[in-house]
Design a protein around this ligand. Structure first.
Ligand code: FES
Length: 178
């Protein structure tokens, strides 16, 4: 059985795997009393233990500390010393959870793929933009939602999202041309 650490009164969650390194992460969160303020320490612990922050790890930290997943993604993508699997200069996390799916989040992904030539988990060849998906960012009222370089963006339309991504990466035409 994996070690399970939870703040009293919050949802219990099992570690993503039986990997003993999760005990290190759990010990870090326990040392901080599973308080939301332990978020950065916890993410450091995941990164040092596993080399990067993947979605199961982010979900585990979010649930254990009682922090919305959107905030965890926000912190994880804001600080450059944290790395999600793909490492672009800018990161877009599109939610594909039920609420966002119903509100056409797949259209957001298709738009990004058509414009920047990247699918989920990929980075543009020039390293300017990475695309990720999440199953629920915890901001369903804003569906369809995404996290752009740490900032939550809600009720997105494809054209609006592309415009915001172009603003993030700057020379959009160069991206498409490479
Ligand atoms: S399903 Fe997208 S934020 Fe919850």
């Amino acid at each position: 059985m994996p070690s399970v650490g939870t703040k009293a009164g919050t949802n219990a969650i099992a570690a993503p795997t039986d990997d003993k390194r999760w005990r290190v992460v759990d010990a870090t969160m326990r040392r901080h009393g599973y308080r939301p303020a332990a978020l950065i320490e916890a993410l450091h612990s995941v990164q040092e233990s596993f080399g990067c922050l993947d979605e199961p790890g982010l979900q585990y930290v979010a649930a254990s500390l009682g922090v919305p997943l959107s905030r965890v993604f926000g912190v994880a993508t804001f600080y450059h010393y944290f790395s999600l699997k793909p490492q672009g200069d800018h990161t877009c996390v599109v939610c594909t959870g039920t609420a966002c799916y119903i509100k056409e989040s797949p259209a957001l992904l298709r738009a990004i793929e058509a414009e920047f030539g990247i699918a989920n988990g990929e980075t543009t060849p020039d390293g300017s933009l990475s695309l990720l998906t999440a199953r629920c960012l915890g901001t369903c009222g804003l569906a369809p939602a995404a996290v752009l370089d740490g900032d939550v963006a809600g009720r997105l339309q494809p054209a609006e999202l592309l415009e915001r991504l172009h603003q993030l990466v700057g020379a959009a035409k160069e991206v498409a041309a490479r």
